[in-house]
Each structure stands twice: as C-alpha cells, then as structure tokens.
Design a protein around this ligand. Structure first.
Ligand SMILES: Nc1ncnc2c1ncn2[C@@H]1O[C@H](COP(=O)(O)OP(=O)(O)OP(=O)(O)O)[C@@H](O)[C@H]1O
Ligand SMILES: [Mg+2]
Length: 405
C-alpha cells in the first residue's frame, strides 16, 4: 500500500542530533589557547586551594559554553584521581532573563538535600536565599564552582559578584571553597560593574576570538562525519558553510546551522548529497528564520517602529531623529490598520529598546547650546529583508517555504 510517506526512503543523516544546538561535542577543536588559559585558571582546585574567579568573554557562537562544559567535566574527572583535591561540585545557571533572587534560589534548590522542601518562591528575600546557600555549602563542604552563563543578563550582577567571592572572608562560610565562572558576550560588562565589585573580584579574564574559515572547516568536518551517512555530503558543503560563517562573525553555531539547514534543503529537493548549492540556499533561510523569530518576539508597536526605520533606511533617510521616525511610524501603524501611539516618549522608549536588542545603531549628537542633545538611529540589518519579513508576518506567511530554484 502506498501512502504520503512511502516514497521517502533515504536520508542524508546518520545522526541529525549531532547538528543540534544542544549537542555537546566530545572533542573541542581549535580552542587550544583558550583551553590552556582555562587550565591554568582552574589549577588551584587540584591542590585543595581556593579557586580563582574566571570571566569568559567572546561574541556569540565562539564555544564559550561548550568549552566551559568540557573543562568542568574534565576537572571533575581529574579531581577524582587526586589525593590533594577536595570534593568538587559544579553548579551551572543560565542567567538570561533571571533575577538575582531566582538565580540564588535555583542554586539553593540544587544544593538542598533531596528530602528537604524547596526554598519558597515568595515570602523570603534574596538575603535569606544567600544565607541558605551558605548553610548548604558548608553542610556539603569541598570546593564549589559556580558557572553563571550569560551573566550580563542578570538584573543585579553587582550583588552576586560582591557576595559570593567574599563569602569566606566575610565569615559566611567556613568549610566550603568557592569559585565563580562568569560567561558573557558583552565585553563592556566589566565596565558596568560598581567600583567596589571591580576592585574585589580579582578575576582571570579569558577572551575567545572569532573562528576563521579554516578553523570552522575543522569543526564542521568533525561534526559531518558523525551527522551524515557515507557519501551524504560533499566537501564543497563544508567549505561553503565555513566560508559564509567566517565572513560574518566567525560563529560556529551559525556554520553548524548552515550545514544542517543545507542538508534539509537537499532532502526536500530529493538530492542524496549535500553540496555548496544547498548551503548557499540555506544561508538566506537561516538568516531569515532567525530574523523572523527576533522580530516576532517584539510587541506590535515595536515592530511598527522597526518597520518605520527600515523604510527610512531603504529611502536613504537614515540616520534619523526620533521625530522623523515617529512620523513614518504613524503611517506604518495606520497602513496595518492600527491607531498609532501618540507620545514621542513612547516611540523613544521603543527606539532605545530596539537599539539595546541590536536592531539599530544609535548615534549621540550634541549641537551646542542651541541644538541640544539628541540621538539618531539607523538600521543594523538589511532593510529589504526586514521589510519582507514584516510583511510576511502581517500576512501570516512562512517565507522560508520557498522552493529551491
Ligand atoms: N571549538 C569547538 N569545537 C566543537 N564544537 C564547537 C566549538 N566551538 C563551538 N562549537 C559548537 O558551536 C555551537 C556554539 O557554541 P557555544 O554554544 O559554546 O557558543 P557560545 O560562545 O557559548 O555562544 P553564546 O554567546 O551565543 O552563548 C555549539 O553547538 C558548540 O557545540
Ligand atoms: Mg553560550
């Protein structure tokens, strides 16, 4: 009997999960320098000494999280074999969108004995959560490493970075030893900290540099061997995915996405081998898919403001001041059948939010006493793609569904 699936008999994938975001590679390639710096920063743990605090910096997709997880696993294994080392516990929290209270409560709940009731959501404050955390750390003893991924996203990094590293010297804990590892893709994070924290943190900084095309090829080759069936990919696909990502910002995640989506394009097209043609086609799908998600995460009026700046950009009228953007925005909102917001302040709020989210760049202007002080904005993305994406969102289309020409 034949059904809608019966003619799908082949796949290029041997194990598609190898190309997924969550996949933790068994081997880290092309990060020897970073690994070496990391090794030295953590060596104290092997000898039962207080760990150094470490801050990891680098743009998106450069292996900060992957290398950190790899180092933590390796350190846990090594500590097992060492007499001089104390027992080691590693606690990892992603701080994105979390308050300090939630972060500390998450750690407390991880440390509490299995039969204890969890730390309450309401009623107690951050100070109480820290106190419980310290009690638990001393109860367990040994060395504890706290990994705070995306630490720049926490609402109160100052308190976290002031409290934890000083817990021992302030007498909050006696037995346990603490080390803190912060990961951030914002190089200016340190500058944003209070002088008191900056002076006391004494951290080791490790900077992750962008991958070049050759390095990306090595990483992709390793993945491709596990991900695809024999003969399922052509070297041109690897070269193309590496070259495109290297031209952009050297982001390994992007290069892996290109390879995965390229393979999906090949399959849709009924081809049994992934080539550079499929990867090139994947390029716009990956870009558009990601942009579409970012745009649709915004509120309706923020999207209209974005569309307004994209229209101005297309017409060569940027950088533009907020008043001019507001006029265009009013037209955009009406064209989609919505009453526009009426205050300049609300538009300025959206502009600065969209700037923080990386949609716009913002230029500060000072025109002496008479002109005053104001900002101008321009789009940090391709205006045509933003306008196309906005239109397709309004019309409820899926722009990634274009057939392979
Ligand atoms: N050197 C590497 N070897 C193997 N895989 C890597 C390497 N670097 C990055 N990757 C892979 O690339 C993807 C992105 O890496 P990772 O998540 O570590 O980036 P990141 O620097 O933490 O980025 P972000 O700042 O966006 O969180 C992951 O799937 C990871 O496994
Ligand atoms: Mg990460």
């Amino acid at each position: 009997m034949s059904g809608p699936f019966s003619d799908i008999t082949d796949t290029v994938f041997a194990d598609k999960s190898v190309l997924r975001e969550e996949h933790q590679p068994n081997e880290i390639l092309e990060r020897d320098e970073e690994i070496d710096e990391y090794r030295h920063a953590l060596r104290d743990v092997l000898f039962g000494n207080d760990p150094e605090n470490v801050m990891i910096y680098g743009k998106a997709g450069l292996g900060k999280t992957a290398v950190t997880m790899y180092m933590m696993d390796a350190l846990l294994a090594e500590v097992e074999t060492r007499e001089a080392a104390d027992d080691l516990s590693v606690h990892t929290v992603n701080c994105n969108g979390k308050s300090l209270f939630i972060v500390v409560r998450t750690l407390v709940n991880e440390l509490l004995p299995a039969d204890a009731s969890p730390f309450p959501r309401r009623g107690l404050g951050t100070g109480d959560a820290f106190e419980t955390l310290y009690d638990q750390l001393d109860r367990i003893g040994g060395t504890h490493l706290f990994v705070f991924d995306e630490i720049d996203h926490i609402d109160d990094a100052n308190t976290l970075l002031y409290e934890l590293p000083r817990a021992r010297s302030n007498g909050h804990i006696e037995k346990a030893r603490l080390g803190l590892i912060g990961i951030s893709n914002n190089y200016t994070f340190r500058k944003s900290l209070s002088p008191k924290v900056k002076d006391t943190l004494m951290e080791v900084e490790i900077a992750f540099s962008p991958y070049n095309a050759t390095e990306l090829q090595t990483i992709l080759q390793d993945r491709a061997e596990d991900a695809f069936v024999e003969g399922g990919y052509d070297q041109s696909a690897i070269r193309a995915a590496a070259a495109i990502a290297a031209q952009d910002v050297g982001n390994a995640r992007q290069s892996i996405d290109l390879l995965r989506v390229g393979a999906e394009v090949a399959e849709k097209n009924g081809d049994s081998k992934v080539t550079d043609t499929h990867v090139s086609r994947a390029r716009s799908l990956v870009q558009r898919g990601r942009l579409r998600n970012r745009i649709s995460d915004q509120t309706k009026h923020a999207q209209y403001v974005l569309e307004a700046v994209a229209r101005l950009e297309r017409d060569g009228q940027t950088p533009a001041r907020s008043k001019q953007i507001m006029t265009t925005y009013e037209g955009v909102a009406r064209s989609w059948g919505t009453d526009p917001l009426t205050t300049l302040k609300s538009i300025q709020g959206h502009l600065s939010e969209l700037h923080m989210l990386g949609f716009f760049s913002q230029h500060e202007r000072n025109e002496g006493r008479s002109g005053g002080h104001y900002f101008e904005y321009e789009l940090d993305l391709d205006a045509a793609i933003v306008l196309e994406t906005r239109e397709s969102l309004e019309l409820g289309e899926d722009p990634t569904a274009k057939p392979l020409e």
